[in-house]
Design a protein around this ligand. Structure first.
Ligand code: ZN
Length: 237
């Protein structure tokens, strides 16, 4: 496939789409109101719309290497703020995936290209945070799989501590954070059971520094809700 193929594919897609629905693009252009924000890895094998069966207009997307949520990343924060405050998304999904090169690099401690190496700094912190558990897993492949899941969990917690999410919850907004892991070999998404909503506010603020921005009023009871899909025990995949 070449670059020219992409343009030809686009022409065909427009023709086929208009043949099915002459108003498709006019309707799509008229409103931008996605329900979901997807924060995933840049890996080309995990395309958000494709793996979730969603169409144009349904999902706001942010991707970076190893699906990081860094409180100092202006790109992530701008996307998050626009998604929550302007677009009114209801669900934010952090998706990690098995076979993630970023996760593997953070584990291996090798020498990725300098910018990638710098980007993976916070992921190495996750490795250190869970050093004992990871070291106890003898199989390197299983260790990497476990880190994929631990990484998603850490990013959900990072997300919950952002001023944007804190303000949404303090204001009583319906906003849920979900963690999922995608299996490349099977095409399946698995909810890892860390869904958080406004009821998680107190738990999160108790570990948030005073620099977190807006001061939430009277936080409700802490609650990290276990998702409807049960995690697969402690299996370190
Ligand atoms: Zn990846």
């Amino acid at each position: 496939m070449t670059y020219e193929t992409l343009l030809e594919n686009n022409r065909r897609w427009v023709d086929e789409t208009l043949a099915r629905d002459p108003d498709y693009f006019r309707d799509l252009a008229a409103v931008h109101r996605p329900r979901f924000l997807w924060i995933g890895c840049s890996d080309a094998r995990v395309p958000a719309n494709v793996v979730t069966g969603t169409s144009a207009g349904e999902m706001f997307v942010h991707r970076n290497i190893a699906n990081q949520v860094m409180p100092t990343d202006p790109n992530l924060l701008a996307v998050l703020q626009y998604a929550v405050e302007a677009l009114g998304v209801r669900d934010v999904i952090v998706c990690g995936h098995q076979g993630c090169g970023g996760v593997q690099a953070a584990l291996d401690g090798g020498a990725p290209p300098p910018h990638v190496d710098g980007w993976l700094g916070s992921l190495r912190m996750v490795v250190r945070l869970h050093e004992e558990e990871l070291a106890a897993i003898a199989d390197p492949a299983m260790r990497a799989r476990r880190l994929v899941e631990l990484n998603v969990r850490e990013q959900i917690h990072n997300l919950a501590r952002t001023p944007v999410v804190q303000a949404a919850w303090a204001g009583g907004r319906e906003l849920r954070l979900h963690g999922v892991v995608y299996r490349l070999e099977e095409g399946r998404l698995r909810d890892i059971g860390i869904t958080m909503d406004g009821r998680s506010l107190a738990a999160v603020t108790s570990t948030t520094s005073a620099t977190a921005g807006g001061t939430p009023a009277t936080p409700p009871a802490p609650r990290e809700r276990v998702a409807s899909v049960a995690p697969e025990g402690d299996r370190p995949w």
